[in-house]
Design a protein around this ligand. Structure first.
Ligand code: ZN
Length: 693
């Protein structure tokens, strides 16, 4: 039974690392709510949408009816770029007036700024758009499938950003008000003031909504893996600090008991039970819900109903055969302190002496020649969250280091949710860290916030210098302008930190004299698909932004010259051009698309390949990870299904546009390989698929 008209909807966010099944859980929850008689809006805000795949129907940026037995369900995939365009279009005239009143920008400059788009802006507008849709019709529930962790957390701090934007615009108006008053009149509030009020109010009301557990709850989805738990602790901690209520933790894809002894399933279950016990210990006061691993991916409303049933059962009655057996089965909680690196989850099954030889002898395999021909400078690993991108990138970097022991190689993670340290089982931070067993390989988890904070501090200083030099003319105007420019720097688009992050690649390959080590090759572990792609599209967009800034600086050049800020921008502009050229260089760059032999990852891989084709980034290979070896009955069933997906991926590869794309097959192992030794043993079992050799 639906609640009455005019009642505000209840928001349910589903979040977690990429690939944990957020989309399936959100869709399942939406189906369940609708069939309880509710009017439900189901929205994906992940830029790499897969909600349409889960519902088995094409979706767009408009709510579309999904047939259910009762209630009403409409689903949509939010198009942040279009939403932003619409938002600005409706306010363009007033924004332009405020910018004209408050800055020295002329009409052309202002229009250019209003047209620029950046990654990160989608999170900002995502929340505003959600609120708009929720107001448009009387929904009982708004269910949100969010982007992977780092980006979700950013979405949720957006109300504060909106209030900040309002403050910047208000600073711009201050000059106008001051001038109006000093000309003898009083400033009469007009439509521009109303717009500033509107933005500030929207920010405050979104904040109030997110912090009200009666109107908004958050379910955290994770897989029963130790790495997932660390990220869950960070993420849930961040949500708690932001005053957002995480009402439930969903442990998804728990492996059921096999019908006979099975190396893979037994190994998985042991690792899972330890991880579930650790999750219970880490979140003692929150309900933990276990969902079974359904051998076939639930697609379409009927299949999602099964997920819905598991989601609707009270957490205490869950499990049956799923419930982790008593701790006597060796399920010791292994909660470890925040920030600590993985202890040896590796539990090497083989003596170290044998593993050493694996490290040494696995050089020169066919798959390695395929993805890393001589002269390669940049090897990118991209793919959907949860496909094992980081593990694959680390294994490949170790293989490269074994093949060319004299080469300096940097394994760089730009995924905001880093897991290199866990995969390598060594401490890794923002400074390059050496990897045991590979003397000239360094690993680094880029802290993009830190890199950008340093840049921002430099810009603020440069702006202070610039305005100090300008003082003496029209004193008041200059003071107002300085506040505005400082505000603009503080308000740099949210994706700008990632942009400065990826320029690290250029600094590593072509360092300025005396600016640190020069690397021969960079292996780049990128953020999950949607964001990685936006980032790879960024050099061109960012170049426009830098040029716009430079042109404004040129207006001041007569007074003080270009100064340090100008020099910085010139350097950034040069590096961006270099990066753009490198990314398209077939001899020096290759991208490995990591996927799994399952339908949803395959569909997303199809879209990924299309987009990198349009970006003209050379594809080196498809890496199909976690292919099930035959074992118990369930594993054999899985193996047959995977063979069909593999065949479809081969067809994908054969497309003439792809050139010589090979498929690399990597087996599923449990527990997942952690540490250089285990990674070497694992990659020794990688094979170049015969049919695509
Ligand atoms: Zn099995």
């Amino acid at each position: 039974m639906g609640r009455g008209r005019g009642v505000a909807p209840h928001y349910r966010f589903f979040g977690g690392k990429g690939g944990v099944g957020k989309t399936t859980c959100a869709a399942g929850a939406a189906v369940a709510a609708a069939e309880r008689g509710h009017r439900v809006l189901l929205v994906s805000t992940d830029p790499a949408h897969s909600l349409g795949d889960a519902l088995q129907r094409p979706l767009s940026a408009r709510p579309r009816r999904v047939p259910t037995r009762r209630g009403a369900l409409e689903a949509m995939e939010l198009d942040a770029d279009r939403a932003l365009d619409r938002w600005i279009a409706a306010r363009r005239r007033l924004l332009r007036t405020i910018l004209e009143r408050g800055t020295y920008l002329d009409e052309d400059d202002i229009d250019r700024f209003l047209r620029l788009s950046f990654p990160g802006v989608d999170e900002l507008i995502g929340l505003v758009e959600l609120a708009r849709l929720a107001r448009a019709r009387p929904w009982d529930d708004v269910v949100v499938d969010t982007a992977p962790t780092g980006h979700t957390l950013r979405l949720l701090v957006m109300p504060a950003t909106l209030e900040r934007i309002a403050a910047v615009l208000d600073d711009m108006q201050a000059k106008h008000r001051f001038l109006a008053q000093s000309l003898g009149g009083a400033h009469r509030p007009d439509a521009t003031d109303a717009l500033i009020d509107e933005i500030a109010t929207e920010g405050r009301s979104l904040q109030a909504l997110l912090n009200d557990p009666d109107r908004c709850t958050f379910a955290w989805v994770l897989l029963p893996e130790p790495l997932a738990l660390e990220e869950a602790k960070d993420g849930i901690g961040a949500l708690d600090r932001a005053g957002i209520s995480v009402s439930e933790i969903i442990v998804n894809r728990v492996v059921p008991p096999p019908d006979r002894a099975c190396e893979l399933c037994d190994g998985r279950r042991r690792a899972e039970q330890a991880a579930i016990a650790a999750a219970r210990a880490a979140f003692p006061r929150r309900p933990l819900r276990l969902l079974p691993d359904l051998a076939d991916e639930p697609r379409g409303v009927a299949a999602l109903r099964r997920v819905a049933r598991h989601l609707a059962a009270p957490p205490s009655q869950l499990g049956g055969g799923l419930r982790p057996s008593s701790p006597s089965e060796g399920a010791t909680p292994q909660a470890r302190p925040q920030g600590a690196t993985a202890p040896s989850e590796t539990s090497p099954q083989k003596p170290i002496a044998r593993a050493k030889s694996a490290l040494e002898t696995s050089a020169g395999t066919a798959w390695l020649e395929r993805i890393a021909p001589p002269g390669l400078r940049l090897l990118l690993f991209a793919g959907k969250g949860g496909v094992g991108k980081t593990t694959c990138a680390a294994a490949a970097a170790l293989a490269l280091a074994a093949r060319a022991p004299r080469a300096d190689i940097l394994l760089l993670s730009t995924d905001p949710a880093h897991s290199l340290a866990d995969v390598l089982a060594i401490p890794v931070g923002d400074d390059p860290h050496s990897v045991p067993g590979a003397p000239r390989l360094r690993a680094r988890e880029l802290d993009a916030d830190r890199a950008f904070a340093a840049k921002r501090a430099r810009y603020r200083e440069a702006v202070d210098d610039l305005f100090a030099a300008l003082r003496g003319g029209s004193r008041f105007e200059v003071a107002f302008d300085r506040a505005v420019v400082q505000d603009l720097i503080d308000l740099a688009p949210p994706g700008l930190d990632e942009l400065f992050g990826i320029l690290t690649v250029i600094e590593a390959l072509f360092p300025e004299p005396g600016a640190g080590r020069r690397y021969d090759t960079v292996v780049l572990d990128t953020a999950p698909t949607g964001h990685a792609l936006r980032l790879l599209e960024l050099p061109d967009a960012a170049l426009e932004w830098v040029h716009a800034l430079l042109e404004i600086l040129l207006k001041y050049r007569k007074v003080i010259g270009l100064g340090e800020l100008g020099m910085d921008l010139v350097t950034v502009s040069r590096d961006l051009k270099r990066l753009g050229a490198l990314l398209r260089d077939r001899a020096e760059t290759g991208l490995v698309a990591v996927t799994r032999p399952a339908e949803l990852p395959r569909l997303e891989t199809h879209r990924l390949l299309q987009r990198i084709g349009r970006l003209r980034i050379p594809l080196a290979a498809l890496l199909v990870n976690a292919v099930t070896p035959p074992g118990c009955a369930r594993c054999r069933t899985l193996s047959r299904r995977e063979a069909r997906q593999l065949a479809a991926l081969r067809r994908e590869c054969r497309s003439p546009a792809r050139g010589r794309c090979g498929i690399i097959v990597a087996p599923a192992v449990a527990p997942p390989p952690r540490g250089a030794e285990a990674l070497a043993r694992w990659r020794a079992r990688w094979e170049l698929d015969r049919e695509t050799r």
